[in-house]
Design a protein around this ligand. Structure first.
Ligand code: ADP
Ligand code: MG
Length: 249
């Protein structure tokens, strides 16, 4: 047990290959072409995330956190370099293969919940499972289990409009975990919540990832949050810096 009472961070061998992690980044750069100008967001970002390892991604607004998460989630390809999901090269896959990996192996949580408003909490978690080919009964049972895990079993039949902001995000987290992903990517998931609710939702998300060996990269503005994570990646002046584990005083 660490000093924070959390499980020991997963073992990550020195000089590990980016193929050895759930997520591996190798020399990833992101440029945007604007007319004749090339806007460089970050360059040569490298890193590995092991199963159950929870990484904070921090950096000022505009530093490229969302862009990097899109690349990690195979929503965009990097301008240079490559990203590996469970050992498979993003560059080496077809569009269809990337879509299947996103569906089956990666969960996404955004700042706004993006739940389907006309469906209740449990249906919002059932739908992605059925799209992935799961039968209705098993999907329903698993959705209820996930709602239990985020403490919302009694809100199963509530539509998003009848949930608080924190509850909506907890359903969004449960939905992101619906297809048992290996990797969770969260883009300022608590940025829209009051500080007390943000802490609660954040801790719940980190705890579920650790308990289920889901690797996570969570972009956050809140430096206090980084002390609860295994490592912090800092986007600073176009570089990705691994700041290691940030300890509380
Ligand atoms: P963050 O999430 O850290 O706030 P973003 O990844 O959203 O940062 O954006 C990083 C930079 O990339 C910003 O300066 C933004 O304006 C720029 N950017 C993002 N998307 C595009 C795009 N499609 N075309 C041009 N520039 C973009
Ligand atoms: Mg962003």
């Amino acid at each position: 047990m660490s000093e924070q009472g959390l499980d020991t961070p997963p073992f990550r061998p020195a000089h590990a290959s980016p193929r050895s992690g759930v997520l591996g980044l190798q020399g990833v750069s992101r440029f945007y072409e604007q007319g004749s100008q090339r806007l460089e967001i970050f360059r040569e970002a490298s890193g590995i995330v092991m199963p159950g390892e929870v990484i904070a991604l921090v950096g000022p607004s505009g530093s490229g956190k969302s862009s990097l998460l899109h690349i990690c989630g195979l929503l965009e390809l990097p301008s240079e370099g490559d990203v590996y999901i469970a050992g498979r090269s993003g560059q080496g896959l077809t569009d269809q293969e990337r879509t299947l990996i996103r569906r089956d192996e990666i969960g996404f949580v955004y700042q706004f919940h993006h739940l389907l408003p006309e469906f209740d909490a449990v249906e919002n978690i059932v739908i992605p499972q059925m799209i992935a080919g799961q039968g209705a009964k098993a999907a329903q049972a698993h959705a209820l289990q996930l709602l239990e895990r985020v403490g919302l079993r009694d809100r199963a039949s509530h539509r998003p409009a009848r949930l608080s902001g924190g509850e909506q995000q907890r359903v969004a987290i449960a939905r992101a975990l619906a297809n048992k992903p290996k990797l969770l990517l969260a883009d300022e998931p608590t940025g829209n919540l009051d500080p007390k609710t943000a802490n609660l939702v954040f801790d719940m998300m980190v705890e579920i990832c650790r308990r289920n060996s889901v690797a996570a990269v969570i972009a956050t503005h809140n430096l206090q949050m980084t002390t609860r994570m295994d490592r912090t990646w800092l986007l600073h002046e176009g570089r990705l810096i691994d700041a290691g584990r940030i300890q509380t005083k």
